[in-house]
Design a binder for this molecule. Structure first.
Ligand code: GLY
Length: 597
Protein backbone atom coordinates (compact mmCIF):
# COMPACT_ATOMS: atom_id res chain seq x y z
CA UNK A 1 0.00 0.00 0.00
CA UNK A 2 1.28 3.40 -0.82
CA UNK A 3 0.22 6.53 1.02
CA UNK A 4 1.32 10.08 0.45
CA UNK A 5 4.61 11.20 1.97
CA UNK A 6 2.76 14.01 3.70
CA UNK A 7 0.60 11.53 5.54
CA UNK A 8 3.47 9.26 6.43
CA UNK A 9 5.38 12.17 7.91
CA UNK A 10 2.35 13.35 9.84
CA UNK A 11 1.86 9.95 11.37
CA UNK A 12 5.52 9.65 12.25
CA UNK A 13 5.73 13.00 13.94
CA UNK A 14 2.44 12.58 15.74
CA UNK A 15 3.39 9.20 17.04
CA UNK A 16 6.71 10.31 18.43
CA UNK A 17 5.12 12.81 20.78
CA UNK A 18 3.51 9.92 22.63
CA UNK A 19 6.19 7.30 22.68
CA UNK A 20 9.69 8.54 22.62
CA UNK A 21 11.87 11.61 22.85
CA UNK A 22 10.93 14.69 20.75
CA UNK A 23 11.02 14.12 17.03
CA UNK A 24 13.77 15.63 14.96
CA UNK A 25 12.27 18.26 12.72
CA UNK A 26 14.23 17.02 9.75
CA UNK A 27 13.20 13.51 8.90
CA UNK A 28 16.01 12.13 6.76
CA UNK A 29 13.92 9.26 5.54
CA UNK A 30 12.58 8.74 2.07
CA UNK A 31 9.86 6.31 3.00
CA UNK A 32 7.54 6.64 0.09
CA UNK A 33 9.16 5.00 -2.90
CA UNK A 34 10.01 1.46 -3.87
CA UNK A 35 13.77 2.07 -3.73
CA UNK A 36 15.96 4.02 -1.33
CA UNK A 37 19.75 4.10 -1.33
CA UNK A 38 21.90 5.30 1.54
CA UNK A 39 23.34 4.46 4.93
CA UNK A 40 22.61 4.20 8.63
CA UNK A 41 19.69 1.78 8.54
CA UNK A 42 16.80 0.91 6.28
CA UNK A 43 13.23 -0.33 6.40
CA UNK A 44 11.20 -1.85 3.62
CA UNK A 45 7.55 -2.86 4.00
CA UNK A 46 4.43 -2.86 1.84
CA UNK A 47 3.16 0.27 3.54
CA UNK A 48 4.51 3.82 3.93
CA UNK A 49 3.14 4.32 7.44
CA UNK A 50 4.77 1.12 8.73
CA UNK A 51 8.05 2.02 7.02
CA UNK A 52 7.93 5.51 8.54
CA UNK A 53 7.34 4.08 12.02
CA UNK A 54 10.26 1.66 11.62
CA UNK A 55 12.58 4.40 10.38
CA UNK A 56 11.62 6.61 13.27
CA UNK A 57 12.57 3.90 15.75
CA UNK A 58 15.95 3.57 14.00
CA UNK A 59 16.44 7.33 13.99
CA UNK A 60 15.94 7.44 17.75
CA UNK A 61 18.64 4.85 18.33
CA UNK A 62 16.56 1.68 18.26
CA UNK A 63 18.04 -1.33 16.53
CA UNK A 64 16.72 -3.44 13.63
CA UNK A 65 14.70 -5.67 15.96
CA UNK A 66 13.02 -2.71 17.65
CA UNK A 67 12.19 -1.19 14.28
CA UNK A 68 10.92 -4.48 12.87
CA UNK A 69 8.57 -5.03 15.81
CA UNK A 70 7.23 -1.45 15.69
CA UNK A 71 6.74 -1.67 11.91
CA UNK A 72 5.05 -5.06 12.20
CA UNK A 73 2.67 -3.75 14.87
CA UNK A 74 1.80 -0.89 12.51
CA UNK A 75 1.15 -3.33 9.68
CA UNK A 76 -1.35 -4.95 12.06
CA UNK A 77 -3.29 -1.70 11.76
CA UNK A 78 -2.78 -0.63 8.15
CA UNK A 79 -2.40 -4.12 6.60
CA UNK A 80 -4.86 -5.93 8.91
CA UNK A 81 -6.02 -8.47 6.33
CA UNK A 82 -2.50 -9.86 5.91
CA UNK A 83 -1.06 -9.81 9.42
CA UNK A 84 -1.63 -8.87 13.02
CA UNK A 85 -1.64 -10.21 16.56
CA UNK A 86 -4.32 -12.72 15.56
CA UNK A 87 -1.74 -14.53 13.39
CA UNK A 88 1.80 -15.89 13.26
CA UNK A 89 5.05 -15.69 11.36
CA UNK A 90 8.76 -16.36 11.07
CA UNK A 91 11.48 -13.94 12.17
CA UNK A 92 15.05 -14.28 10.90
CA UNK A 93 17.78 -12.20 12.55
CA UNK A 94 21.41 -11.56 11.68
CA UNK A 95 23.36 -10.42 14.72
CA UNK A 96 26.27 -8.26 13.58
CA UNK A 97 28.23 -8.58 16.82
CA UNK A 98 28.05 -12.35 17.00
CA UNK A 99 28.01 -12.95 13.24
CA UNK A 100 25.14 -15.38 13.73
CA UNK A 101 21.79 -15.96 12.08
CA UNK A 102 18.95 -16.99 14.42
CA UNK A 103 15.25 -17.57 13.86
CA UNK A 104 12.00 -17.43 15.76
CA UNK A 105 9.18 -19.77 14.83
CA UNK A 106 6.03 -17.88 15.80
CA UNK A 107 3.76 -20.12 13.78
CA UNK A 108 0.23 -20.69 15.01
CA UNK A 109 -0.38 -24.10 16.56
CA UNK A 110 -3.44 -26.31 16.46
CA UNK A 111 -5.45 -26.94 19.62
CA UNK A 112 -4.59 -29.93 21.80
CA UNK A 113 -7.80 -31.59 20.61
CA UNK A 114 -7.01 -31.30 16.89
CA UNK A 115 -6.94 -34.60 15.00
CA UNK A 116 -6.22 -35.82 11.48
CA UNK A 117 -9.95 -35.62 10.75
CA UNK A 118 -10.62 -32.10 12.00
CA UNK A 119 -11.32 -30.91 8.46
CA UNK A 120 -13.43 -33.92 7.48
CA UNK A 121 -17.19 -33.41 7.58
CA UNK A 122 -18.58 -36.12 9.89
CA UNK A 123 -21.85 -35.99 7.92
CA UNK A 124 -20.37 -37.38 4.70
CA UNK A 125 -16.74 -38.24 5.45
CA UNK A 126 -15.52 -35.73 2.87
CA UNK A 127 -13.16 -32.79 3.45
CA UNK A 128 -14.86 -29.45 4.00
CA UNK A 129 -14.92 -27.02 1.14
CA UNK A 130 -12.01 -24.63 1.65
CA UNK A 131 -14.19 -21.57 2.38
CA UNK A 132 -16.31 -23.58 4.80
CA UNK A 133 -13.19 -24.56 6.72
CA UNK A 134 -11.65 -21.11 6.48
CA UNK A 135 -14.63 -19.13 7.79
CA UNK A 136 -14.99 -21.18 10.96
CA UNK A 137 -13.53 -21.56 14.40
CA UNK A 138 -11.82 -24.77 13.23
CA UNK A 139 -9.25 -22.87 11.19
CA UNK A 140 -7.91 -20.58 13.93
CA UNK A 141 -4.69 -21.63 15.61
CA UNK A 142 -3.13 -20.13 18.72
CA UNK A 143 -1.61 -16.88 17.47
CA UNK A 144 2.18 -16.59 17.71
CA UNK A 145 2.80 -13.05 16.53
CA UNK A 146 2.70 -11.29 19.88
CA UNK A 147 4.92 -13.96 21.46
CA UNK A 148 7.34 -13.47 18.55
CA UNK A 149 7.53 -9.73 19.15
CA UNK A 150 8.10 -10.26 22.84
CA UNK A 151 10.78 -12.91 22.28
CA UNK A 152 12.59 -10.84 19.65
CA UNK A 153 12.58 -7.65 21.66
CA UNK A 154 13.67 -9.44 24.86
CA UNK A 155 16.46 -11.40 23.20
CA UNK A 156 17.83 -8.91 20.73
CA UNK A 157 16.02 -5.59 21.03
CA UNK A 158 16.84 -2.51 23.06
CA UNK A 159 13.32 -1.20 23.77
CA UNK A 160 10.50 -2.70 25.84
CA UNK A 161 7.77 -4.26 23.76
CA UNK A 162 5.22 -1.83 25.20
CA UNK A 163 7.04 1.19 23.75
CA UNK A 164 7.15 -0.48 20.35
CA UNK A 165 3.36 -0.99 20.30
CA UNK A 166 2.46 2.61 21.04
CA UNK A 167 3.23 4.13 17.62
CA UNK A 168 0.89 1.57 16.08
CA UNK A 169 -1.77 2.34 18.71
CA UNK A 170 -1.52 5.97 17.69
CA UNK A 171 -2.02 5.09 14.01
CA UNK A 172 -5.05 2.96 14.93
CA UNK A 173 -6.53 5.83 16.95
CA UNK A 174 -5.95 8.58 14.41
CA UNK A 175 -6.72 6.44 11.43
CA UNK A 176 -5.14 6.10 8.03
CA UNK A 177 -6.39 6.75 4.52
CA UNK A 178 -7.94 3.84 2.69
CA UNK A 179 -6.22 3.17 -0.63
CA UNK A 180 -7.40 1.15 -3.61
CA UNK A 181 -5.61 -2.03 -2.49
CA UNK A 182 -7.20 -1.91 0.95
CA UNK A 183 -10.65 -1.27 -0.47
CA UNK A 184 -10.26 -4.12 -2.95
CA UNK A 185 -9.20 -6.53 -0.20
CA UNK A 186 -12.40 -5.70 1.68
CA UNK A 187 -14.51 -5.98 -1.48
CA UNK A 188 -13.01 -9.42 -2.22
CA UNK A 189 -13.98 -10.57 1.29
CA UNK A 190 -17.23 -8.67 1.74
CA UNK A 191 -19.34 -11.83 1.97
CA UNK A 192 -17.06 -13.36 4.60
CA UNK A 193 -16.78 -10.12 6.61
CA UNK A 194 -20.54 -9.55 6.50
CA UNK A 195 -21.14 -12.72 8.55
CA UNK A 196 -19.68 -11.17 11.70
CA UNK A 197 -20.91 -7.92 13.22
CA UNK A 198 -17.53 -7.32 14.89
CA UNK A 199 -15.85 -7.39 11.47
CA UNK A 200 -18.41 -5.53 9.40
CA UNK A 201 -18.64 -2.65 11.87
CA UNK A 202 -14.96 -1.86 11.24
CA UNK A 203 -14.45 -2.87 7.62
CA UNK A 204 -17.91 -2.56 6.04
CA UNK A 205 -19.05 0.81 7.33
CA UNK A 206 -22.62 1.37 6.16
CA UNK A 207 -22.61 -2.14 4.71
CA UNK A 208 -20.01 -1.46 1.99
CA UNK A 209 -16.21 -1.41 1.68
CA UNK A 210 -14.76 1.90 2.84
CA UNK A 211 -14.24 4.50 0.12
CA UNK A 212 -10.76 5.16 -1.22
CA UNK A 213 -9.44 8.26 0.55
CA UNK A 214 -11.65 7.86 3.62
CA UNK A 215 -9.96 7.55 7.02
CA UNK A 216 -10.18 4.19 8.72
CA UNK A 217 -9.86 4.14 12.51
CA UNK A 218 -9.64 1.14 14.78
CA UNK A 219 -9.90 2.38 18.39
CA UNK A 220 -10.49 -1.16 19.72
CA UNK A 221 -7.13 -2.25 18.34
CA UNK A 222 -5.50 0.89 19.76
CA UNK A 223 -6.90 -0.05 23.19
CA UNK A 224 -5.75 -3.65 22.76
CA UNK A 225 -2.18 -2.54 21.96
CA UNK A 226 -2.19 -0.14 24.90
CA UNK A 227 -3.51 -2.80 27.28
CA UNK A 228 -0.72 -5.15 26.22
CA UNK A 229 1.79 -2.30 26.51
CA UNK A 230 0.69 -1.62 30.08
CA UNK A 231 0.17 -5.14 31.37
CA UNK A 232 2.32 -7.37 29.19
CA UNK A 233 1.56 -10.28 26.91
CA UNK A 234 -0.04 -12.26 29.77
CA UNK A 235 -3.30 -10.40 29.07
CA UNK A 236 -3.25 -12.07 25.67
CA UNK A 237 -2.05 -15.59 26.44
CA UNK A 238 -3.48 -16.03 29.91
CA UNK A 239 -5.90 -13.14 30.43
CA UNK A 240 -8.92 -11.26 29.13
CA UNK A 241 -7.84 -10.91 25.50
CA UNK A 242 -7.18 -14.66 25.36
CA UNK A 243 -10.61 -15.33 26.86
CA UNK A 244 -12.15 -13.22 24.09
CA UNK A 245 -10.20 -15.13 21.43
CA UNK A 246 -11.39 -18.45 22.83
CA UNK A 247 -14.98 -17.23 23.01
CA UNK A 248 -14.81 -16.05 19.39
CA UNK A 249 -13.50 -19.43 18.21
CA UNK A 250 -15.93 -21.50 20.27
CA UNK A 251 -18.94 -19.24 19.67
CA UNK A 252 -18.32 -17.34 16.41
CA UNK A 253 -19.96 -13.89 16.66
CA UNK A 254 -22.31 -14.58 13.77
CA UNK A 255 -24.58 -11.78 12.58
CA UNK A 256 -28.08 -13.36 12.51
CA UNK A 257 -29.09 -11.11 9.60
CA UNK A 258 -25.97 -10.67 7.47
CA UNK A 259 -26.18 -8.19 4.59
CA UNK A 260 -24.68 -10.85 2.27
CA UNK A 261 -25.77 -14.51 2.42
CA UNK A 262 -23.23 -17.24 3.14
CA UNK A 263 -23.39 -20.70 1.67
CA UNK A 264 -22.04 -22.68 4.61
CA UNK A 265 -22.74 -23.30 8.27
CA UNK A 266 -20.25 -21.41 10.44
CA UNK A 267 -18.67 -24.08 12.59
CA UNK A 268 -17.12 -23.49 16.00
CA UNK A 269 -13.59 -24.58 16.86
CA UNK A 270 -12.10 -26.00 20.04
CA UNK A 271 -9.27 -23.61 20.89
CA UNK A 272 -9.04 -23.32 24.70
CA UNK A 273 -7.34 -21.09 27.25
CA UNK A 274 -4.96 -23.96 27.98
CA UNK A 275 -3.84 -23.91 24.32
CA UNK A 276 -3.02 -20.22 24.57
CA UNK A 277 -1.36 -20.59 27.97
CA UNK A 278 0.92 -23.35 26.68
CA UNK A 279 1.92 -21.54 23.50
CA UNK A 280 5.65 -20.96 23.09
CA UNK A 281 7.74 -19.67 20.24
CA UNK A 282 10.52 -21.95 19.05
CA UNK A 283 14.07 -21.08 18.06
CA UNK A 284 14.97 -23.56 15.33
CA UNK A 285 18.40 -23.39 13.74
CA UNK A 286 18.08 -21.71 10.36
CA UNK A 287 18.50 -23.73 7.18
CA UNK A 288 21.94 -23.07 5.75
CA UNK A 289 23.24 -23.84 2.29
CA UNK A 290 25.89 -22.60 -0.10
CA UNK A 291 25.09 -20.99 -3.44
CA UNK A 292 27.85 -19.85 -5.78
CA UNK A 293 30.11 -18.87 -2.89
CA UNK A 294 27.32 -17.22 -0.89
CA UNK A 295 25.69 -18.66 2.23
CA UNK A 296 21.90 -18.73 2.23
CA UNK A 297 20.04 -18.79 5.56
CA UNK A 298 16.32 -19.51 5.69
CA UNK A 299 13.48 -20.68 7.85
CA UNK A 300 13.29 -24.29 8.93
CA UNK A 301 10.20 -26.30 9.82
CA UNK A 302 7.36 -25.85 10.26
CA UNK A 303 8.09 -23.62 7.28
CA UNK A 304 9.11 -25.39 4.12
CA UNK A 305 10.55 -22.11 2.80
CA UNK A 306 14.17 -22.64 3.81
CA UNK A 307 14.45 -26.20 2.55
CA UNK A 308 12.53 -25.57 -0.69
CA UNK A 309 14.50 -22.44 -1.63
CA UNK A 310 17.80 -24.13 -0.76
CA UNK A 311 17.02 -27.35 -2.63
CA UNK A 312 16.02 -25.41 -5.75
CA UNK A 313 19.17 -23.25 -5.55
CA UNK A 314 21.33 -26.34 -5.12
CA UNK A 315 19.78 -27.88 -8.24
CA UNK A 316 20.26 -24.61 -10.14
CA UNK A 317 23.88 -24.44 -9.03
CA UNK A 318 24.63 -27.44 -11.24
CA UNK A 319 24.33 -25.07 -14.23
CA UNK A 320 26.22 -21.83 -14.75
CA UNK A 321 23.19 -19.71 -15.54
CA UNK A 322 25.29 -16.80 -16.72
CA UNK A 323 26.47 -18.95 -19.64
CA UNK A 324 23.06 -20.04 -20.96
CA UNK A 325 20.27 -18.19 -22.79
CA UNK A 326 17.53 -16.48 -20.80
CA UNK A 327 15.07 -19.19 -21.94
CA UNK A 328 17.40 -21.92 -20.66
CA UNK A 329 17.97 -20.07 -17.37
CA UNK A 330 14.22 -19.76 -16.81
CA UNK A 331 13.70 -23.39 -17.90
CA UNK A 332 16.14 -24.46 -15.14
CA UNK A 333 14.50 -22.14 -12.64
CA UNK A 334 11.06 -23.64 -13.34
CA UNK A 335 12.26 -27.26 -13.33
CA UNK A 336 14.28 -26.83 -10.12
CA UNK A 337 11.29 -25.31 -8.44
CA UNK A 338 8.97 -28.16 -9.54
CA UNK A 339 11.42 -30.81 -8.29
CA UNK A 340 11.88 -29.01 -5.02
CA UNK A 341 8.10 -28.68 -4.53
CA UNK A 342 7.61 -32.40 -5.17
CA UNK A 343 10.06 -33.17 -2.36
CA UNK A 344 8.61 -30.52 -0.07
CA UNK A 345 5.12 -31.93 -0.46
CA UNK A 346 6.32 -35.46 0.18
CA UNK A 347 8.71 -34.90 3.07
CA UNK A 348 8.35 -31.54 4.81
CA UNK A 349 6.02 -30.94 7.73
CA UNK A 350 6.26 -29.81 11.33
CA UNK A 351 7.86 -33.05 12.50
CA UNK A 352 10.22 -33.95 9.65
CA UNK A 353 13.36 -35.47 11.20
CA UNK A 354 16.45 -33.26 10.94
CA UNK A 355 18.47 -35.82 8.92
CA UNK A 356 15.76 -35.73 6.22
CA UNK A 357 15.83 -31.92 6.15
CA UNK A 358 19.64 -32.00 5.98
CA UNK A 359 19.52 -34.44 3.09
CA UNK A 360 17.02 -32.33 1.15
CA UNK A 361 19.39 -29.36 1.16
CA UNK A 362 22.56 -31.31 0.50
CA UNK A 363 24.53 -31.03 -2.72
CA UNK A 364 24.36 -34.80 -3.13
CA UNK A 365 20.57 -34.73 -3.16
CA UNK A 366 20.63 -31.85 -5.63
CA UNK A 367 22.68 -34.03 -7.99
CA UNK A 368 20.20 -36.90 -7.57
CA UNK A 369 17.40 -34.54 -8.60
CA UNK A 370 19.16 -32.23 -11.12
CA UNK A 371 19.94 -35.25 -13.32
CA UNK A 372 16.27 -35.33 -14.33
CA UNK A 373 16.35 -31.93 -16.01
CA UNK A 374 16.47 -32.17 -19.77
CA UNK A 375 17.68 -28.97 -21.45
CA UNK A 376 15.50 -29.70 -24.49
CA UNK A 377 12.27 -30.82 -22.87
CA UNK A 378 10.23 -29.78 -19.84
CA UNK A 379 9.40 -32.54 -17.37
CA UNK A 380 5.76 -33.64 -17.24
CA UNK A 381 4.14 -32.14 -14.17
CA UNK A 382 3.55 -33.11 -11.50
CA UNK A 383 6.99 -34.64 -11.20
CA UNK A 384 7.26 -37.40 -8.61
CA UNK A 385 9.19 -36.76 -5.42
CA UNK A 386 12.61 -38.31 -5.09
CA UNK A 387 13.14 -41.39 -2.92
CA UNK A 388 15.09 -40.16 0.07
CA UNK A 389 16.61 -43.64 0.57
CA UNK A 390 17.72 -44.12 -3.03
CA UNK A 391 21.12 -43.53 -4.49
CA UNK A 392 21.58 -42.19 -8.00
CA UNK A 393 19.10 -40.27 -10.07
CA UNK A 394 15.80 -40.64 -8.25
CA UNK A 395 12.24 -40.56 -9.54
CA UNK A 396 9.46 -42.32 -7.52
CA UNK A 397 5.70 -42.64 -7.76
CA UNK A 398 2.94 -40.19 -6.65
CA UNK A 399 3.04 -36.56 -5.62
CA UNK A 400 0.87 -33.53 -6.24
CA UNK A 401 0.63 -29.81 -5.75
CA UNK A 402 -0.72 -28.15 -2.64
CA UNK A 403 -1.97 -24.58 -2.76
CA UNK A 404 -1.97 -21.89 -0.12
CA UNK A 405 -3.48 -18.43 0.14
CA UNK A 406 -2.14 -15.22 -1.28
CA UNK A 407 -2.22 -13.16 1.90
CA UNK A 408 0.65 -12.46 4.33
CA UNK A 409 3.12 -9.59 4.51
CA UNK A 410 6.87 -9.14 4.73
CA UNK A 411 9.35 -6.62 6.00
CA UNK A 412 13.10 -6.15 5.88
CA UNK A 413 15.06 -3.97 8.31
CA UNK A 414 18.74 -3.13 8.81
CA UNK A 415 20.35 -0.88 11.40
CA UNK A 416 23.52 1.18 11.63
CA UNK A 417 25.28 -1.58 13.58
CA UNK A 418 24.78 -4.06 10.78
CA UNK A 419 21.98 -6.13 12.34
CA UNK A 420 19.35 -7.37 9.90
CA UNK A 421 15.78 -8.62 10.31
CA UNK A 422 13.85 -10.49 7.65
CA UNK A 423 10.33 -11.13 8.89
CA UNK A 424 7.28 -12.68 7.22
CA UNK A 425 3.98 -12.65 9.10
CA UNK A 426 0.46 -13.63 8.24
CA UNK A 427 -3.09 -14.48 9.18
CA UNK A 428 -3.17 -16.88 6.15
CA UNK A 429 -5.96 -15.87 3.73
CA UNK A 430 -6.52 -12.17 3.07
CA UNK A 431 -8.83 -11.45 6.00
CA UNK A 432 -7.90 -14.61 7.96
CA UNK A 433 -10.97 -16.48 9.18
CA UNK A 434 -12.96 -13.22 8.80
CA UNK A 435 -13.72 -12.90 12.54
CA UNK A 436 -12.64 -9.76 14.36
CA UNK A 437 -12.43 -10.59 18.07
CA UNK A 438 -15.28 -8.46 19.43
CA UNK A 439 -14.06 -5.37 21.24
CA UNK A 440 -10.40 -6.15 20.46
CA UNK A 441 -10.10 -4.91 16.87
CA UNK A 442 -7.99 -7.70 15.30
CA UNK A 443 -8.82 -10.53 12.93
CA UNK A 444 -8.17 -14.16 13.75
CA UNK A 445 -6.05 -16.34 11.51
CA UNK A 446 -7.22 -19.32 9.49
CA UNK A 447 -3.70 -20.78 9.52
CA UNK A 448 -4.84 -24.31 10.31
CA UNK A 449 -6.17 -24.60 6.76
CA UNK A 450 -2.49 -24.75 5.75
CA UNK A 451 -2.68 -28.36 6.90
CA UNK A 452 -3.70 -30.81 4.21
CA UNK A 453 -7.29 -31.82 4.92
CA UNK A 454 -6.60 -35.38 3.74
CA UNK A 455 -3.48 -37.24 2.63
CA UNK A 456 -1.93 -35.98 -0.62
CA UNK A 457 0.79 -38.60 -1.07
CA UNK A 458 -1.07 -41.70 -2.13
CA UNK A 459 -0.02 -44.63 0.01
CA UNK A 460 2.94 -42.69 1.44
CA UNK A 461 2.49 -40.74 4.67
CA UNK A 462 1.58 -37.08 4.38
CA UNK A 463 3.82 -34.92 6.59
CA UNK A 464 1.28 -32.12 6.79
CA UNK A 465 -1.87 -33.67 8.22
CA UNK A 466 -3.41 -31.93 11.25
CA UNK A 467 -2.57 -33.13 14.76
CA UNK A 468 -2.73 -32.02 18.39
CA UNK A 469 -0.64 -28.91 19.09
CA UNK A 470 0.91 -29.29 15.63
CA UNK A 471 1.94 -26.31 13.52
CA UNK A 472 0.86 -26.38 9.88
CA UNK A 473 3.47 -26.37 7.16
CA UNK A 474 4.21 -22.91 5.85
CA UNK A 475 5.88 -21.58 2.72
CA UNK A 476 7.15 -18.42 4.31
CA UNK A 477 10.74 -17.87 3.25
CA UNK A 478 12.42 -14.98 5.03
CA UNK A 479 15.96 -15.30 3.68
CA UNK A 480 19.29 -13.70 4.58
CA UNK A 481 22.27 -14.26 2.26
CA UNK A 482 25.81 -13.72 3.52
CA UNK A 483 28.92 -13.11 1.46
CA UNK A 484 32.23 -13.69 3.23
CA UNK A 485 30.30 -13.89 6.49
CA UNK A 486 28.62 -10.50 6.11
CA UNK A 487 25.10 -9.65 4.89
CA UNK A 488 24.79 -9.38 1.13
CA UNK A 489 21.04 -9.58 0.65
CA UNK A 490 17.87 -10.07 2.70
CA UNK A 491 14.54 -10.78 1.04
CA UNK A 492 11.08 -12.18 1.65
CA UNK A 493 7.56 -12.03 0.29
CA UNK A 494 3.93 -12.90 0.94
CA UNK A 495 1.95 -15.08 -1.44
CA UNK A 496 1.17 -18.50 0.07
CA UNK A 497 3.07 -21.26 -1.67
CA UNK A 498 4.25 -18.77 -4.31
CA UNK A 499 6.43 -17.18 -1.60
CA UNK A 500 9.04 -19.85 -2.25
CA UNK A 501 9.21 -19.18 -5.97
CA UNK A 502 9.13 -15.40 -5.58
CA UNK A 503 12.09 -15.44 -3.19
CA UNK A 504 13.89 -17.96 -5.40
CA UNK A 505 13.29 -15.85 -8.50
CA UNK A 506 14.52 -12.65 -6.85
CA UNK A 507 17.71 -14.45 -5.77
CA UNK A 508 18.29 -15.92 -9.22
CA UNK A 509 17.56 -12.59 -10.93
CA UNK A 510 20.03 -10.79 -8.69
CA UNK A 511 22.77 -13.39 -8.34
CA UNK A 512 22.71 -15.07 -11.74
CA UNK A 513 20.91 -12.99 -14.30
CA UNK A 514 22.79 -9.70 -14.01
CA UNK A 515 19.96 -7.62 -12.58
CA UNK A 516 20.29 -4.94 -9.93
CA UNK A 517 18.16 -5.56 -6.85
CA UNK A 518 15.42 -3.09 -7.92
CA UNK A 519 15.35 -4.79 -11.34
CA UNK A 520 15.27 -8.22 -9.73
CA UNK A 521 12.27 -7.16 -7.66
CA UNK A 522 10.38 -5.52 -10.51
CA UNK A 523 10.99 -8.27 -13.10
CA UNK A 524 7.89 -10.23 -14.14
CA UNK A 525 7.38 -13.39 -12.11
CA UNK A 526 6.39 -16.98 -12.75
CA UNK A 527 5.74 -19.79 -10.32
CA UNK A 528 6.12 -23.50 -11.05
CA UNK A 529 5.02 -25.46 -7.99
CA UNK A 530 4.90 -28.86 -9.61
CA UNK A 531 1.60 -28.39 -11.37
CA UNK A 532 0.89 -28.86 -15.06
CA UNK A 533 0.47 -25.12 -15.71
CA UNK A 534 3.00 -22.45 -14.77
CA UNK A 535 1.35 -19.59 -12.93
CA UNK A 536 2.75 -16.43 -14.52
CA UNK A 537 2.22 -12.73 -14.54
CA UNK A 538 1.08 -11.59 -18.01
CA UNK A 539 4.37 -9.78 -18.74
CA UNK A 540 6.37 -12.95 -18.02
CA UNK A 541 4.07 -15.06 -20.17
CA UNK A 542 4.27 -12.59 -23.03
CA UNK A 543 8.04 -12.15 -22.88
CA UNK A 544 9.23 -15.69 -22.18
CA UNK A 545 6.20 -17.88 -22.95
CA UNK A 546 7.03 -18.73 -26.59
CA UNK A 547 10.59 -19.90 -25.78
CA UNK A 548 9.47 -21.94 -22.79
CA UNK A 549 6.45 -23.42 -24.57
CA UNK A 550 8.78 -24.60 -27.31
CA UNK A 551 10.52 -26.66 -24.60
CA UNK A 552 7.19 -28.19 -23.55
CA UNK A 553 6.30 -25.95 -20.62
CA UNK A 554 2.63 -25.19 -20.30
CA UNK A 555 1.08 -22.15 -18.72
CA UNK A 556 -2.01 -22.09 -16.54
CA UNK A 557 -4.22 -19.01 -16.50
CA UNK A 558 -2.10 -15.90 -15.91
CA UNK A 559 -2.35 -14.15 -12.55
CA UNK A 560 -2.27 -10.38 -12.19
CA UNK A 561 0.62 -10.46 -9.74
CA UNK A 562 2.75 -12.78 -7.64
CA UNK A 563 4.07 -11.69 -4.26
CA UNK A 564 4.70 -8.32 -2.65
CA UNK A 565 8.34 -8.61 -1.71
CA UNK A 566 10.69 -6.45 0.30
CA UNK A 567 14.48 -6.66 0.29
CA UNK A 568 17.70 -4.91 1.23
CA UNK A 569 21.09 -5.28 -0.44
CA UNK A 570 24.23 -4.48 1.52
CA UNK A 571 26.93 -2.77 -0.51
CA UNK A 572 30.48 -1.69 0.32
CA UNK A 573 31.26 0.61 3.23
CA UNK A 574 27.87 0.18 4.88
CA UNK A 575 25.79 1.15 1.85
CA UNK A 576 22.18 -0.02 1.68
CA UNK A 577 19.79 -0.50 -1.22
CA UNK A 578 16.32 -0.86 0.27
CA UNK A 579 13.66 -2.04 -2.14
CA UNK A 580 9.95 -2.70 -2.17
CA UNK A 581 7.52 -3.42 -4.98
CA UNK A 582 7.12 -0.63 -7.52
CA UNK A 583 3.63 -1.80 -8.52
CA UNK A 584 2.46 -5.08 -6.95
CA UNK A 585 -0.10 -4.78 -4.13
CA UNK A 586 -0.32 -1.05 -4.81
CA UNK A 587 3.43 -0.49 -4.43
CA UNK A 588 5.55 -0.78 -1.31
CA UNK A 589 7.67 1.63 0.67
CA UNK A 590 11.42 1.54 1.23
CA UNK A 591 13.38 4.11 3.21
CA UNK A 592 16.90 4.64 4.48
CA UNK A 593 17.99 6.74 7.41
CA UNK A 594 20.64 8.74 5.56
CA UNK A 595 19.90 8.85 1.83
CA UNK A 596 22.82 9.03 -0.57
CA UNK A 597 22.70 12.44 -2.21
N1 GLY B 1 -0.19 -19.07 5.13
C1 GLY B 1 0.85 -18.98 4.22
C2 GLY B 1 2.07 -19.73 4.61
O1 GLY B 1 2.26 -19.97 5.77
O2 GLY B 1 2.87 -20.08 3.79
Amino acid sequence: MRFSLALATTVTLAMTAVTLAPASANAHATPNGPTAVGFGGAVSTVDATATAVGLDVLRRGGNAVDAAVAAAATLGVTEPFSAGIGGGGFFVYYDAKRHTVSTIDGRESGPATMTETTFIDPADGLPYDFQEARVSGLSAGTPGTLATWEAASRKWGTRPLGALLLPAAKVADRGFPVDATFRQQVADNAAQFAQFGSTSEIYLPGGAPPAVGSTLRNPDLADTYRLIARRGTGVFYRGPIGADIVRTVQHPPVDPTPSVPWAYPIRPGDLRMSDLAHYQVRYPAPTRSGYRGLTVYGMSTPSSGGTAVSEALNILEKTDLSKVTMTQALHRYLESSALSFADRNRYVGAYTPQPVLDKLISDGWASQRACQINPDRALTKPVPPGDINATGCTPAPVGGPVEQGQSTTNLTVADRWGNVVEYTLTIEQTGGNAMVVPGRGFLLNNELTDFNFTGTQGSAPDPNLPGPNKRPRSSMSPTIVLKDGKPFLAAGSPGGATIITTVLQILVNRIDLGMTLPEAMAAPRASQRNSPGIQAEPAFHQQYGPGLEALGHTFGPDVAELGAATAIEFTRHGGLIATAEPVRRGGGSAGVLWPRR
